[in-house]
Design a protein around this ligand. Structure first.
Ligand SMILES: C[S@@+](CC[C@H](N)C(=O)[O-])C[C@H]1O[C@@H](n2cnc3c(N)ncnc32)[C@H](O)[C@@H]1O
Length: 303
């Protein structure tokens, strides 16, 4: 089916939260601008939750929300939500990138695929190494559940570099403002991720979060614990390997480690580490927008 050709989409498939949500996400590339989307059986909690989540993701207009009393007699059976897809419908993978207030150094489709995994994980603890202007960081903050703890480590480029001023604005409070707007906690560590003092500070912040979570759940596992780790800092082999080993070991089973720039190129040696990871038998997945692209590429390790 050609992209953006669908004027009406009706979902009445499997009704679990996940299937319902994915059924809507999968249709996105095919929806024409302003298409009508109809979700059936929204009297039930799971279809309603999934539909509302999808509508929230894209800030869509709800045209009708019909709740029925008795599915045997009503012409609409068991509840129906009707909404309208965006008028300015470009590739769905661009949607959040378009809203991002600073430049994002990612290929949109690769990053959109990673965001799908991120959203599904609903991470409570996140670490990014390498933020620059904050383009990727903004997405982690925006899509994390309320009260999540997001950590980022970023070293400032040189003061002569034209990127310095916008990057410094992030370090100086812009990122913190985003976080409070999204209802999550952000701790920024300025410096090199390979610095043992920074690693120690990250461990302290995560241990503190585990202590709070443990007392809430009545458990006694106070180990530092990450749900999601994004590596996009120093792209030399030694440095990224250090990050992968030391910060990667904090990621819990079931969590994700994503590495940016897994394609071979002169300025990135992440490809060498990525080959080692794949050969080690780890469960991995690659997101590469086009087979002949010269750079970028995202690799994900399922811990
Ligand atoms: C490629 S940019 C990050 C781009 C950002 N993730 C995005 O996609 O919008 C890399 C950033 O990592 C920083 N950096 C480089 N080596 C680092 C290290 N060892 N620790 C922390 N930050 C580092 C650089 O100063 C720069 O801000």
């Amino acid at each position: 089916m050609p992209a953006q050709s669908l004027g009406v989409y009706f979902y009445d498939g499997q009704h679990s939260d996940e299937a319902q949500y994915l059924g809507l996400r999968l249709a996105e590339p095919f929806l024409a601008p302003g298409a009508i989307v109809v979700v059936d059986d929204t009297n039930w909690p799971a279809p309603r939750r999934a539909a509302e989540r999808w509508i929230r993701d894209h800030d869509l207009a709800v045209v009708e929300d019909i709740r029925t009393d008795d599915f045997r007699t009503s012409p609409f059976w068991n509840g129906l939500i009707v909404c309208r897809w965006k008028e300015d419908n470009r590739d769905s993978s661009m949607i959040t990138a378009d809203q991002c207030p600073v430049p994002l150094l990612q290929y949109p489709r690769e990053f959109a695929a990673l965001l799908d995994l991120y959203r599904a994980l609903e991470p409570r603890t996140v670490l990014e190494i390498g933020s620059l202007f904050g383009g990727t960081l903004w997405h982690w903050l925006r899509l994390a559940p309320q009260a999540a703890l997001i950590l980022n480590i970023d070293t400032l480029v040189s003061i002569q570099d034209p990127r310095y001023a916008p990057q410094k604005a992030g370090h100086d409070g812009l990122w913190a403002k985003w976080a409070s707007g999204f209802g999550v906690t952000l701790k920024t560590f300025g410096g090199y991720s390979n610095d043992p003092a920074i690693l120690a500070k990250v461990r302290v912040a995560l241990t503190e979060r585990s202590r709070v979570d443990c007392s809430r759940r009545g458990s006694d596992n106070m180990q530092p614990c990450l749900d999601f780790l994004f590596l996009d800092g120093d792209h030399s082999y030694q440095a990224v390997k250090f990050d992968y080993i030391h910060y990667g070991s904090l990621v819990r089973p079931g969590g994700l480690i994503a590495l940016h720039d897994i394609l071979d190129r002169p300025t990135s040696q992440v490809a060498r580490l990525w080959r080692e990871i794949v050969q080690s038998g780890a469960k991995t997945r690659e997101f590469i927008e086009s087979p002949d692209q010269p750079e970028m590429g995202i690799g994900v390790v399922f811990v």
